[in-house]
Design a protein around this ligand. Structure first.
Ligand SMILES: [Zn+2]
Ligand SMILES: [Zn+2]
Length: 289
């Protein structure tokens, strides 16, 4: 089917809801996908599967397919690596995976409290209660600490908050509970899911840099049950997609893709705006059997 001369996209394997840092509730994301004419979306919230039950219920109402997924944020010395997980069958309810995700969430709260304490010691006090309010139910993070610092008048901008206090080398920076990319792959695979490396060339709208020494990283992750690599992604040039498709072939990985939808945000891509070939989904399904 054609849509303004372009192939109409049917599949989006990377979508966030307000269970993590997306703007829309799961049922609204699914309803929007149905209105756009999408056939299949995967719900891949950061470090949580809390949005999946609502999305599956809405999918049944709207007659589209929702694949249960997750996007686990992991840490490496140079920055962050995100690992997507797909299918799970019923494994998204897996107790061990659930416990791990709750531990990540608790670790973020502890980390925010540690940063607030360090800021107090540095003479730039903000209230933890206010940081939590600014997160507004989202995953609490450094951004909300930065907002509290601006609000309290300690800095003029969020950027200054990062530069003076909370960037990786800042005096109020605190480490969070860390998971390595290998640990995330293994946790997903243990719960019956398919681990996929997200946006290897980075997501600059989210401040996630390209993965350093990608080929070495891929070799390590392939030994930890990685099955796919996200090759179709917003703002990729054809050359970037080709580079990732070539790597997927070399490492015998399934190319996947999606919009990394976060809701109606001007800096983020729209749902279904990235073309994902049907054969990618077919190969994932086969691997999930
Ligand atoms: Zn990501
Ligand atoms: Zn994402």
């Amino acid at each position: 089917m054609l849509n303004g001369g372009l192939p109409m996209n049917a599949i989006d394997l990377h979508c966030h809801t307000n269970a993590s840092d997306g703007l829309l509730p799961p049922a609204e994301v699914v309803a929007y996908a149905a209105r756009l004419g999408l056939e299949t979306i995967a719900i891949t919230d950061h470090d949580t599967v809390d949005g999946i039950a609502g999305a599956l219920a809405a999918a049944a109402r709207w007659g589209i397919e929702v694949i249960p997924g997750v996007e686990i944020n992991t840490d490496v010395p140079e920055g962050e690596v995100h690992i997507l997980g797909y299918f799970f069958h019923d494994g998204w309810r897996d107790a061990e995976l659930g416990a791990l995700l709750r531990r990540i969430e608790a670790g973020r709260v502890v980390r925010a409290q540690q940063m607030v304490q360090k800021l107090a010691d540095l003479g730039a006090p903000v209230s933890f209660q206010r940081v939590r309010e600014l997160a507004g139910g989202e995953i609490i993070g450094r951004l909300h600490v930065a907002m509290a610092l601006v609000e309290a008048g300690h800095v003029a901008t969020r950027r200054e908050a990062f530069e003076r206090y909370i960037d990786r080398h800042g005096p109020a920076y605190a480490e969070r509970f860390k998971l390595s990319p290998v640990e995330a792959c293994r946790a997903i695979a243990r719960a019956g899911g398919l681990p996929v490396l997200a946006h290897p060339l980075g997501d600059m709208t989210d401040g996630v840099a390209a993965i350093a020494d990608l080929e070495t990283r891929l070799a390590t992750l392939c030994a930890a049950d990685l099955v796919g690599l996200e090759a179709y992604y917003p703002r990729h040039t054809a050359a970037m997609t080709d580079q990732l498709l070539a790597l997927a072939r070399r490492f015998d990985l399934i190319p996947t893709g999606g919009s990394d939808y976060h809701g109606p945000l001007p800096e983020k891509a729209d749902l279904g705006s990235v073309y994902v070939p049907r054969r990618c989904l077919r190969r994932l399904r086969e691997a999930a059997q």
